[in-house]
Ligand binder design. Structure first.
Ligand code: SD4
Length: 344
């Protein structure tokens, strides 16, 4: 009936109008927050909790864990010369991927329970483009393969054999990533672990990194060998956009480390960015996203998840479920490690 159709259209129009109005409002509000962040200090509680700078400043680079200082150092070479955030995060995390002494990222990473080093990584730029590889073997720099997926394919994620084939076609060398040290740890594990992957692995130190360049553009990268001694084929949060990493250039970005299954169940970095869009500071957003995980676990979260975040104004934050999470922030010419607030 015409009337029904008329009403239907009316509601549809009303809905799309109000959605648009709400979107405009939210993005204006976000911009307002950004503007406020530029001139107003973050609240004292945030400052005390996470030892974050009181005011935003760009450029900046922030990375998970203290080894992130080395990634930041590399990123800063690019950022301080006016380079792009995307190049900064890629080059930054490559330093950690190449380090055989780091047993949770790239070359030298601990293998899965079958003895294969399988790597997960993703990258996201300020235009919302992203690329990712999961369960990739034999390639030292999964982050650069992820960038090629983003820039040279119509896809977002390539996995396993397909990701390896693509990497080889792109000219990445095939290498043995299992160092004698990592192999020795795996052999020791095999003897006692009854081949059971540990759900609460302490053996995880993914690098998640965010950068804002001088033009205010935000990019992020995340790369890991994942949970040590995981089941073969297991993919964690790190290569999943919205879980291990998310960037929205209008609002900010976030990256995650820790027990990937929990991050996946909450899409924590997407959540952090959405919370910031709705007015939360980076610190508040990280804490609220972790609270969500804790609540979903009935208030008893005996595992670790750590989150870092930045907003468009260059205010940073970070929090962990358990004590012990820290992050490295390069800002105002200073590259320093910040102990993150823990929630339990
Ligand atoms: C994973 N989130 O594969 C990764 C591991 C990690 O710090 O972050 N470790 O679940």
């Amino acid at each position: 009936m015409p009337t029904t159709i008329g009403i239907g259209f009316g509601i549809g129009e009303l809905k799309s109008y109000s959605m648009k109005t709400r979107r405009d409002f939210i993005s204006k509000m976000a911009l307002g927050t950004v503007a406020a962040g530029l001139s107003l200090p973050a609240c004292n509680e945030d400052k005390a909790a996470a030892n974050v700078p009181a005011e935003g400043q760009i450029p900046l680079a922030i990375s998970t864990w203290p080894f992130g200082t080395r990634a930041n150092e590399e990123a800063w070479k690019i950022l301080s010369e006016g380079g792009k955030a995307l190049d900064a995060v890629e080059q930054g995390v490559r330093v950690i991927e190449a380090d055989p002494s780091n047993q949770s990222v790239g070359y030298g990473g601990l293998p899965d329970r079958d003895g294969h080093v399988t790597l997960d990584a993703c990258i996201m730029d300020s235009t919302g483009n992203c690329g990712s590889v999961a369960a990739l073997e034999h390639i030292k720099h999964p982050i650069s393969v992820a960038r090629r997926v983003m820039e040279r394919t119509p896809h977002v994620i390539l996995v396993g054999e397909g990701a390896l084939d693509f990497a080889l076609t792109e000219g990445f060398p095939k290498e043995n990533l299992l160092t004698p040290e990592a192999k020795a740890r795996w052999e020791k594990w095999v003897k006692t672990a009854e081949y059971k992957p540990r759900v609460n692995a302490e053996l995880h130190d993914t690098i998640g990194m965010l950068a804002i360049d001088k033009d205010g553009n935000i990019s992020g990268a995340c790369t890991t060998s994942g949970m040590a001694f995981k089941m073969h084929g297991r993919v964690g949060d790190s290569p999943i956009i919205g879980a291990g990493l998310y960037v929205d250039n209008e609002v900010g970005g976030a990256a995650a480390t820790g027990l990937g299954e929990e991050v996946l169940k909450s899409l924590s970095t997407f959540l952090v960015v959405e919370l910031m869009r709705n007015g939360a500071t980076p610190q508040q957003a990280c804490e609220q996203a972790l609270d969500r995980i804790i609540k979903r676990n009935g208030g008893k979260a005996d595992f670790q998840v750590g989150l870092i975040a930045v907003n468009k104004a260059g205010v940073a934050g970070g929090a962990g479920i358990q004590a012990g999470f820290s992050y490295a922030l390069y800002q105002n010419g200073e590259n320093s490690v910040h102990k993150a607030k823990n929630l339990v």
